[in-house]
Design a protein around this ligand. Structure first.
Ligand code: GLN
Length: 232
């Protein structure tokens, strides 16, 4: 399982969000605290954010986050109010390449997937549109094609075709965050200047709240809403 993180709020630097928290994504790349499957997330990483013009920007790599001195140098200078970042532990059989690292994008949304899914559960059209043969890239293409607003319905239909699938996803369009837990959990932290949603807390602040498995978490200007998928 990979680890991922989204931030929506006042602009923060990528260093503040990804590198500096004591138990943040950098630390989670080699010592995650709550990861149920996999010990290391060393098969690549990616950060996506929306710039001041609203354009989605990405920086991804197939190498471990901890070895990227160039990113460490520039991250304090890159700031955004809508960020989605991930460190990757590749599923066996999946390629280790930059195009397989989240976040994926259709230009309007950024998406990260934590889990695995059978290729047979996803349509050929998604595989054709995906930037990598990695299951997460194909799932992302499928969610973009079916509409991220309908992500819960889309994931439910995929799970019906692959009941063994783990389908946790995080999405942002710059104005909202949408997270679905399907085989894992998320945590969120409401700060005075924004909201973070992450696979696991980036520190021991007691304000982190849990989003249990099989829930939807939605973050917008109105606040945070958590819904049990069983009650939708
Ligand atoms: N299946 C995805 C991949 O191979 C995600 C793996 C994960 O969640 N660890 O990249």
């Amino acid at each position: 399982m990979c680890r991922h993180l989204a931030w929506l709020g006042a602009p923060r630097s990528l260093a503040d969000l990804v590198l500096e928290p004591p138990c943040g994504l950098l630390r989670q790349s080699y010592a995650p605290r709550r990861q149920k499957r996999g010990l290391l997330n060393a098969d690549g990483w990616g950060v996506g954010f929306f710039d001041e013009t609203g354009a989605a920007r990405r920086w991804r790599s197939a190498r471990p986050l901890w070895g990227d001195a160039s990113f460490a140098s520039l991250a304090p200078a890159l700031r955004s109010g809508a960020v989605l970042a991930a460190v990757r532990s590749a599923t066996v059989g999946m390629p280790i390449e930059e195009a397989a690292a989240a976040p994926f994008t259709d230009g309007q949304w950024l998406l990260s997937h934590n889990g695995r899914v059978s290729r047979a559960a996803l349509p050929d059209s998604a595989a054709a549109a995906a930037e990598s043969v990695c299951d997460s890239a194909v799932l992302a293409a499928h969610v973009f094609a079916t509409g991220p607003e309908r992500v819960v319905e889309t994931l439910s239909a995929v799970a019906a075709r692959d009941p063994e699938a783990f389908l946790s996803v995080l999405l942002t369009d710059g104005a909202t965050i949408r997270g679905v837990t399907w085989g894992d959990e998320l945590s969120y932290l409401v700060e005075p200047d924004g909201v973070a949603v992450a696979s696991e807390p980036w520190d021991d602040d007691p304000r982190w709240a849990l989003v249990p498995d099989r829930h939807l978490v939605e973050v917008s200007a109105e606040g945070v809403r958590v819904t049990d998928l069983a009650n939708r």
